[in-house]
Write a protein that binds this ligand. Structure first.
Ligand code: PEP
Length: 250
């Protein structure tokens, strides 16, 4: 079922106390009935407490990453089993910061996707072109290749565990947003690309989120586009009032 989703990526922000404060504010301010599924992705060390804190709410918790291996000598890494053991069933993979700063290739991301699916986790699969790709008119090719090389190896039956998050790198944390028409154009292209390889049912049911400087004042217009099913929110997810306003824009 195609769902509306608003997910907050907290990145490397908020210590334990700040995490609790922000969660308390969200619980107090988010309406109990929303049109969107709401997720938050605190940093690893605060995931267990976030799961506990949100137990009786409709806010879900996501991790920001995992390692593809089941376990072993990987200092500093976190496995899918560890995440599941504290109740985390959603994971963001392929974020542009992981691709750019931590050198994650499509092949690395594809292996992480496989691991997450093996553990029956929902994957928020991030992808998107850089500014130079858009300036040279190569953005559709880049996006199609990221999908094909990082995701399209999965079996059709696993698509109900996939949420796509189109995040043009030039719009992340820059204050520069893709226009609603640019977002719609790319989301439609993404849905048609999925359709060509996996058919109507999967293409029509997959949720495609937009990410890149979504704020309370541009969310309504972006979310009103027919192929935009919600947002992955960075900076604005760190302030309860802004995040709640974005959720309420759906
Ligand atoms: C992100 O990092 O996923 C993101 C969308 O960030 P921002 O909203 O700050 O652009």
């Amino acid at each position: 079922m195609r769902k509306k989703i608003v997910a907050g990526n907290w990145k490397m922000h908020k210590n334990a106390e700040q995490t609790e404060d922000l969660l308390n504010e969200l619980i107090a301010k988010l309406p109990t009935e929303t049109n969107a599924h709401v997720m938050v992705a605190p940093t690893f060390v605060n995931l267990a407490s976030a799961v506990d804190h949100l137990e009786f709410t409709n806010i879900e918790v996501a991790a920001q990453n995992l390692h593809a291996a089941e376990g072993g000598a990987f200092t500093g890494e976190i496995s899918a089993d560890m995440l599941k053991s504290v109740g985390v069933t959603n994971v963001i993979l392929g974020h542009s910061e992981r691709r750019a700063m931590f050198h994650e290739t499509d092949a690395v991301i594809a292996a992480k996707v496989d691991t997450a699916l093996r553990h029956e986790m929902t994957v928020l699969f991030c992808f998107g072109e850089e500014l130079k790709d858009r300036q040279t008119g190569n953005h559709f090719n880049i996006v199609e290749n990221q999908l094909r090389d990082g995701l399209f190896h999965i079996e059709a039956k696993n698509w109900d565990k996939i949420v796509l998050a189109y995040e043009p790198v030039w719009a992340i944390g820059t204050g520069e947003t893709a226009s609603p028409d640019q977002a719609q154009e790319m989301h439609q292209f993404i849905r048609e690309t999925v359709r060509k390889s996996f058919g109507n049912d999967i293409a029509d049911n997959v949720s495609i989120l937009y990410g890149g400087s979504v704020k309370p004042d541009n969310a309504v217009e972006i979310f009103s586009k027919p192929d935009v099913d919600g947002g992955l929110i960075g900076g604005a997810a760190l302030k309860a009032d802004d995040f709640v306003a974005i959720v309420n824009s759906i």
